[in-house]
Write a protein that binds this ligand. Structure first.
Ligand code: GRG
Length: 302
């Protein structure tokens, strides 16, 4: 295995620095308006320290398509805000009922279920505001903003996270065939990761041929990401994850590990990364950053 984690950590640290600045500014604004308990809950959700993989993918795909403007951080932050919403709702008692996330109490535990539910929903329009602000900074045409917004919201809806989460909850206690698992996870997790990659390309004004390569790359790394998530849940500690480990088995979730076993799931994850690399090569995109991120996604320990 190549020792790539260090350089991926460097990329992620850069993505974290630029994204966290935007998130902190949004959090401060939300503490003023709407303010009160909702403002505090929104700031709390935005202030937790995630890995920022999706912003890193926005930055890397943007750069791979020739973009170089620092305003891309607004677009990257918008994707992270949608991801943050999904985590807040995923943790609710009516979904996966988790008390810890990113090493801290989940939003409904720190505040209450009604506040966390509201804060989650409120984050979606906040993400669109951030996307629009980023697009303005980049000087993008309204058509580009519209395509990015469409992609982001599609990844959040029935063909994306809501549809995937729904199927995921319905599959508890069952052992679907691999195709069923792919359907759940390409929606629940893959769609937003794929959208992050396409949005980076759209922000750079990439032609359709490049967008298609980035989309296929995103599809492969999105599935690899979810398989790695399943493997970590089964093999890492709660301290490493910053949330309860072993939760998938407790909830009898349909995962790559429950269907393929640990070794089979690991093999499947590496297969997706190989395909992601092949997609880039065949599509003529030379980006060490995107290859490094794909490797990191399956080698990570949290
Ligand atoms: C109304 C049915 C219905 C659904 C609402 C909550 C929701 C929509 C969808 C859940 C989407 C979700 C949380 C998918 C899991 C994705 C995943 C593997 C998250 C972990 O991402 P990391 O590891 O986390 O990047 P950090 O903390 O590093 O950002």
């Amino acid at each position: 295995m190549k020792p790539l984690i260090d350089s991926a950590e460097g990329l992620l640290a850069e993505a974290r620095a630029v994204t966290d600045r935007r998130l902190a500014a949004r959090a401060a604004a939300l503490q003023r308006d709407p303010g009160g308990r909702d403002g505090e809950a929104l700031a709390y959700a935005l202030g937790t320290s995630g890995k920022r993989v999706r912003p890193a993918l926005v930055l890397a795909t943007y750069q791979s398509a020739g973009g170089s403007h620092p305003g891309i951080s607004g677009i990257a932050a918008a994707v992270e805000i949608v991801h943050t919403y999904s985590l807040v709702h995923d943790d609710l008692p009516c979904m996966d009922d988790d008390a810890q996330r990113r090493g801290r109490p989940t939003v409904h535990v720190r505040f209450d279920v009604a506040t966390a539910t509201r804060a989650g929903f409120l984050l979606v329009p906040v993400a669109v505001e951030e996307l629009a602000a980023g697009a303005r900074e980049l000087g993008l045409a309204p058509a580009a903003l519209s395509r990015m917004a469409e992609r982001l919201l599609e990844a959040s809806g029935i063909r994306g996270m809501v549809g995937g989460q729904w199927l995921d909850l319905e599959a508890e206690g069952q052992s679907p065939a691999l195709a069923g698992l792919v359907d759940i996870h390409s929606r629940k997790t893959g769609a937003l990761i794929e959208a992050a990659c396409v949005i980076g390309g759209l922000a750079a004004g990439a032609p359709a041929s490049v967008l298609s390569v980035l989309e296929r790359y995103g599809c492969e790394v999105g599935l690899a990401f979810q398989i790695a998530d399943d493997l970590l849940d089964a093999t890492a500690t709660s301290a490493e994850l910053g949330k309860a480990a072993g939760r998938d088995a407790r909830l009898a979730k349909a995962t790559y590990v429950s269907v393929l076993g640990v070794a089979g799931a690991r093999q499947e994850a590496f297969r997706h990364v190989d395909r992601a690399r092949a997609v880039l090569h065949q599509g003529g995109i030379r980006s060490e950053t995107l290859e490094t991120l794909a490797d990191y996604i399956v080698q990570r320990r949290s």
